[in-house]
Design a protein around this ligand. Structure first.
Ligand SMILES: C[S@@+](CC[C@H](N)C(=O)[O-])C[C@H]1O[C@@H](n2cnc3c(N)ncnc32)[C@H](O)[C@@H]1O
Length: 244
């Protein structure tokens, strides 16, 4: 592949992504509805995404080979910095967000449901200091309980069926150390608005559900679509309900 075809800004990359989206939608049992009860976590589909991509990131719909602009901007805004914080990236995909936290000095663990995503992230960043692991948000390693100062989730909650959100939020809460914070980045929608999905943009009631699961919103930004992020988003910081 030429260097320009591998550039996410190139028309060739965009064309391969459009093809891949069509092919992946066609095999997504949740498209236009909800998750398949036999595979509520959608493991089979996520595995198919990375396998069918055959090492072409254009064929992974969320892989832009750069940290999310809202994550990157948040990191750069931290007056006290994040150097030395124990950070966890949830559903890390090809690793760009995890690497951004690591470059800012955090001690980063990053995990994904799919083994191939983790192998691919390691291939992309051979000298990385990030501890990449294959793991499932719904079956977390015991040693991660209350172990992170900062948990980052970008676009993973919105990839889950609505029925799994309470359990997913509880799992995120369980990994925060006392005083720890969750940074959540997701597409936003009005309460009750139609949604085709996946992804399923999150309504405002996600924050009431988060509170029921042990996470209090400390700051919620409702960010209108811009040329940079394309659609309306939430960027929210949440802490543990039990912290004073
Ligand atoms: C929409 S992608 C977002 C990837 C990355 N966070 C980003 O912003 O580019 C969601 C990712 O979450 C992973 N994932 C889905 N369900 C998961 C689960 N139960 N546990 C861990 N990772 C999961 C998928 O394999 C996929 O890589």
């Amino acid at each position: 592949m030429t260097q320009s075809a591998a550039d996410p800004a190139s028309p060739a990359f965009a064309a391969r992504r459009a093809d891949a989206r069509q092919a992946l939608d066609a095999i997504d049992p949740a498209k236009g509805g909800d998750a398949n009860p036999a595979d509520p976590v959608r493991r089979a589909w996520f595995e198919a995404v990375y396998a069918l991509a055959d090492e072409d990131p254009a064929r992974v719909p969320w892989a832009n080979l750069a940290p999310h602009p809202l994550t990157k901007a948040w990191i750069s805004l931290q007056a006290r910095g994040i150097c030395g914080l124990r950070a966890l990236d949830v559903g890390c995909g090809l690793g760009d967000n995890a690497e951004c936290f690591s470059a800012a000095g955090a001690k980063v663990t990053a995990f994904d449901l799919v083994d191939e995503a983790i192998r691919w992230a390691k291939r992309r960043f051979p000298s990385t200091e990030v501890d990449y692991r294959a793991a499932d948000l719904f079956a977390l390693p015991e040693g991660w309980r209350q172990s992170f100062d900062l948990v980052h989730e970008c676009y993973t909650l919105q990839a889950l069926s609505t029925a799994l959100l309470p359990q997913a939020l509880a799992a995120l809460a369980s990994m925060l150390a006392p005083g720890g914070k969750l940074l959540l980045i997701a597409r936003a929608r009005d309460e009750g608005a139609d949604m085709e999905g996946p992804p399923w943009p999150l309504p405002p009631s996600i924050f009431a559900e988060a509170e029921r699961q042990g996470l209090r919103a400390l700051a919620i930004e409702d960010i209108a679509a811009t040329p940079q992020v394309g659609r309306r988003h939430w960027r929210a910081l949440l802490g543990r309900v039990n912290d004073v």
